[in-house]
Design a protein around this ligand. Sequence first.
Ligand SMILES: Cc1cc2nc3c(=O)[nH]c(=O)nc-3n(C[C@H](O)[C@H](O)[C@H](O)COP(=O)(O)OP(=O)(O)OC[C@H]3O[C@@H](n4cnc5c(N)ncnc54)[C@H](O)[C@@H]3O)c2cc1C
Ligand code: FES
Length: 279
Amino acid sequence: MKEWVEEDGRVLTCAEVAPGHGCIEVLAPGLAARALPGQFAMARSGTRFLARPLSFFDIDPGRGVVAFLVRAAGEGTRALLCLRPGDGLGLAGPFGNGFPLVSGGTLLLVAGGVGVAPFPPVVRRATAAGTGVRVVLGARTAALLLATAQLRDAGAEVVTCTEDGSGGVRGTVSDALPGVLRDLLAGAPGGCAFACGPPAMLVAVARLCEEAGVPLYVSLEARMGCGFGVCRGCAVPAAAGGYLHVCQDGPVFPARAADLGGVARLWEHAGDGDGGGCA
Ligand SMILES: Cc1cc2nc3c(=O)[nH]c(=O)nc-3n(C[C@H](O)[C@H](O)[C@H](O)COP(=O)(O)OP(=O)(O)OC[C@H]3O[C@@H](n4cnc5c(N)ncnc54)[C@H](O)[C@@H]3O)c2cc1C
Ligand code: FES
């Protein structure tokens, strides 16, 4: 029996939360009842685009609502951010393996940019299980530090880093991480870390966690055609040789399972959208 659903979601709110970024709240009771932190949905607006993968930014089974934090990366995500309350949004999911449940101790979350999207549900579940959560959140400027309020409201301690020094520690998450890891290990040996963000950031975080002896799970990105293992379009290099399929084997992997350097090289020449909002 398939565990995922296809659902005609109804948009409740769609609002800009930072330049080139928005949050879309959708009434989708089937997904809200099934989704776990770190899983994703395929979202399709209109007929012009293939569905796009989006992480669950909020999961509220009581209200039957899920939310997505979206960066305007290109035409598909820009179209999603132009949705209005009352519009329909085709959704399928939940897909993939989410983050493991960590009970007790301290959990470190490392996020770059919109990579923070899957983390508020992770924080809520971890704090409910008695786990302390510390988040290191990086962005280019203070205006692009996303979801700090949601993370703090969910019970996390948040350290912010900006490349231009306009908010928190000046520099990247790799600049703040060694100190945070030292504190984490001094306070609670045996901690665990999850990271989501640009591949180059994941490479640096994996090296620092490896040196500190902290087990790390990463959430990887890939271009996705189907989201559930049919098109084979989401292959990324595995550490042991061969390929992993991000939609089915992930998107969350133990960092050692993937060839993160190979994943970063895949994205290096892919270019990037220029963001932007609705006309
Ligand atoms: C499991 C998973 C969860 C995701 N969760 C979120 C989320 O919560 N919020 C969010 O904003 N985005 C998320 N993404 C990324 C998002 O799916 C892509 O940015 C989106 O598919 C781009 O579509 P587009 O039509 O807007 O851009 P396109 O026109 O297809 O591409 C625009 C630019 O973005 C780059 N791009 C396209 N797809 C990706 C990708 N998967 N990763 C990195 N760069 C890409 C392209 O190289 C291109 O330069 C997730 C991706 C995956 C695989
Ligand atoms: S997206 Fe089609 S197999 Fe993974």
